[in-house]
Design a protein around this ligand. Structure first.
Ligand SMILES: C[S@@+](CC[C@H](N)C(=O)[O-])C[C@H]1O[C@@H](n2cnc3c(N)ncnc32)[C@H](O)[C@@H]1O
Length: 227
């Protein structure tokens, strides 16, 4: 008689023959209704989820093995390389994996056929949908773990900027930085906790923004004021 294995056991057996593919899945801005059905399906079929606190919280109810990502993603690479022999491992990425995620690092450690990327709805898409505008002409800049080096020049050179902020570079600090470098006549829209019940959207200008504080998870759109 041919033995019938449950799916998870079968994956383990297949994993020993070949190697389980690693999944890199975009979870969107963070709420369940912005998660693509294909992402949900692959996450449910995973054995282990690796991600930040916010991403893991969304899937606690699935009772998967969880690995919390804090800081350097490269720290979990040895675990990932070994673990995929026996488990289907999924890396949860906020928004879309193609934008400012650790996809670049993955492609340095795994061969192309060893990982699968599932797109997600990016904070860029949500933000521009909120202001009812397209973003094909926008310059996208991330300050996540970076410096503000050439920010003023880039903002000056573009009439539509999208910014991924960072806890070290909150909106008010960005406003001060730009104003000190002579960037003026700019509208700023700060969008905090997009799609969550405590979502907040503030349309202002750089001068007002410099005096504000207390922003959390947010993005910004900076636009030239009409002359
Ligand atoms: C490392 S980037 C990842 C971007 C992501 N791959 C994407 O496509 O949206 C993380 C930044 O995205 C922004 N972000 C992610 N989710 C957000 C949300 N729900 N509301 C506001 N900003 C968000 C914040 O600026 C955060 O610092």
């Amino acid at each position: 008689m041919i033995p019938i294995h449950p799916r998870s056991k079968l994956r383990g057996i297949l994993g020993r023959c070949g190697m389980n593919k690693v999944y890199v899945i975009g979870i969107g801005p963070g709420t369940a209704d912005c998660l693509l059905p294909i992402a949900q399906r692959e996450i449910e079929a995973s054995d282990c989820l690796i991600g930040g606190k916010r991403a893991l919280r969304l899937f606690h109810h699935l009772h998967k093995e969880e690995v919390l990502l804090e800081g350097n993603f490269e720290k979990v690479i040895p675990y990932l390389l070994k673990g995929r022999e026996r488990k289907k491992i999924t890396l949860l990425v906020s928004g879309d994996p193609g934008l400012c995620s650790f996809l670049g690092t993955i492609s340095r450690f795994l061969k192309r056929e060893e990982y699968v990327v599932i797109p997600g709805i990016s904070a860029v898409q949500i933000a521009f949908a909120k202001i009812g505008e397209g973003w094909e002409d926008a310059t996208i800049i991330s300050l996540h773990g970076r410096k503000m080096d050439d920010l003023a020049e880039r903002v000056s050179a573009s009439s539509k900027i999208f910014l991924f902020t960072d806890q070290n570079f909150p909106p008010e600090r960005i406003a001060v930085h730009l104003l000190e470098r002579g960037v003026e006549n700019r509208r700023a829209v700060v969008m905090e906790n997009l799609t969550y019940p405590n979502e907040r959207i503030l349309a202002t200008d750089l001068n007002h923004l410099r005096g504000m504080e207390g922003f959390g998870l947010c993005v910004m759109i900076i636009k030239k004021e009409r002359e």
